[in-house]
Design a protein around this ligand. Structure first.
Ligand code: SP5
Ligand code: ZN
Length: 341
């Protein structure tokens, strides 16, 4: 399978994230992408190409202009006050308070974010934009007739909404790609999110629409990040009623129970008859993942890929999470190879 990746995506390198009362080295590191690339090359998985630069237009189909401008300028504003560290928020809105954008940089960081594990550093915008460009490039290739393509999107995207970053995500690459299909020749697009964490950003972006079916298999949010969305009773709103499907699974889920959820998800997607399928792939469902609790083995990722391929849609696969750096490359290659088998 063809892979799209830009070296600019390596430029985002957060120093630390706030994790259980401590500042720890970021789990979401450039090393993740380097190890996936190395394993793709070692397995002769297909050509790796750099994306074109697509400008802001496809990004602004999903994200608010003021949010994009904030991402482009936040670090410089922070850096004049704090030359030695990344920007992290520490104060958020509260229920009942006003939806108002303060002027102050600390206030704005809180306004535009949902957690303190997602730093903004000097090159965050450049890397996030390059990651979105990789998604758009792969989207173009699939629309032009490739049966599938892989966008090695890092930093990831599925926790970002139109105007909130968090969960290591700044621009919602899957949403941008799905919208790009619709702005091309598609009438309907399905997104299947198989990251360990619920794709809250993707759900919020599309929950009131019926042209994008969003299906997510993830850890029960009552117990796992992002906590405040991803429950089974969220089926879409307004015109989007019936076009959101959440399949939360308990701690310790292994392939035996995962496979049933995957079949349910793919059956719902087949009934929707999408023109294209976008897969938000996270390999943080792996047993060895440092921040997750599912128990998939490396071989299970081959089976997972095979199920995705058998579904037989023109498919864009893009990268979300996966933090067991020793195995991340192997697990991604198994999904892509399984897809083609
Ligand atoms: C794209 C993506 O996978 N983002 C995930 C963001 C998760 N950030 C918060 C992690 C909380 C980790 N909980 C630790 C559980 C240790 N067993
Ligand atoms: Zn995840």
């Amino acid at each position: 399978m063809l892979t799209v990746f830009s070296n600019d995506q390596l430029l985002h390198e957060g120093k630390s994230e706030f994790h259980r009362g401590q500042l720890l080295p970021c789990f979401e590191s450039p090393k993740r992408a380097e190890l996936i690339l190395a394993e793709l090359q070692a397995n002769k998985s297909g050509d790796i190409i750099a994306p074109d630069r697509f400008g802001l237009e496809p990004v602004l189909r999903i994200h608010d202009a003021a949010y994009v401008e904030f991402l482009q300028t936040a670090f410089d504003r922070w850096h004049t006050i704090h030359p030695d560290c990344d920007a992290l928020p520490h104060t958020w809105n509260m229920r009942g308070a006003r939806d108002i954008l303060p002027n102050n940089i600390y206030g704005q960081l809180g306004y535009y974010s949902c957690d303190a594990s997602t730093p903004i550093m000097a090159h965050t915008w450049q890397a996030a934009k390059a990651s979105a460009d990789a998604a758009i490039m792969a989207q173009r290739l699939v629309m032009q007739g490739h049966r599938s393509a892989f966008a090695l999107t890092r930093p990831p995207g599925h926790h970002a909404t139109s105007n909130v970053y968090g969960g290591y995500c700044y621009l919602n690459n899957a949403a941008i790609a799905a919208q790009a299909f619709l702005d091309g020749d598609a009438k309907q697009v399905a997104i299947l999110d198989i990251d360990y964490h619920h794709g809250n950003g993707t759900q919020i972006i599309f929950e009131d629409r019926n042209d994008v079916l969003v299906v997510s298999i993830h850890a029960n949010p009552a117990e796992a990040y992002p906590y405040f969305l991803g429950y089974a009773d969220e089926t879409g709103t307004g015109a989007g009623k019936g076009y959101n499907l959440n399949l939360p699974l308990p701690d310790g889920t292994d392939w035996n129970s995962y496979q049933g959820a995957l079949e349910t998800a793919l059956a719902a997607i087949s009934r929707f008859t999408p023109d294209y399928l976008v897969v938000s792939l996270g390999v943080d469902t792996y047993a060895g993942d440092p921040i997750s609790s599912f128990k998939l083995s490396s071989n299970d990722f081959s089976k997972l890929g095979h199920h995705l391929g058998k579904a037989d849609f023109p498919t864009l696969i893009l990268m979300e999470g996966g933090y067991a750096v020793d195995n991340i490359g192997c697990n991604v290659v198994k999904v892509l190879t399984g897809f083609e088998d």
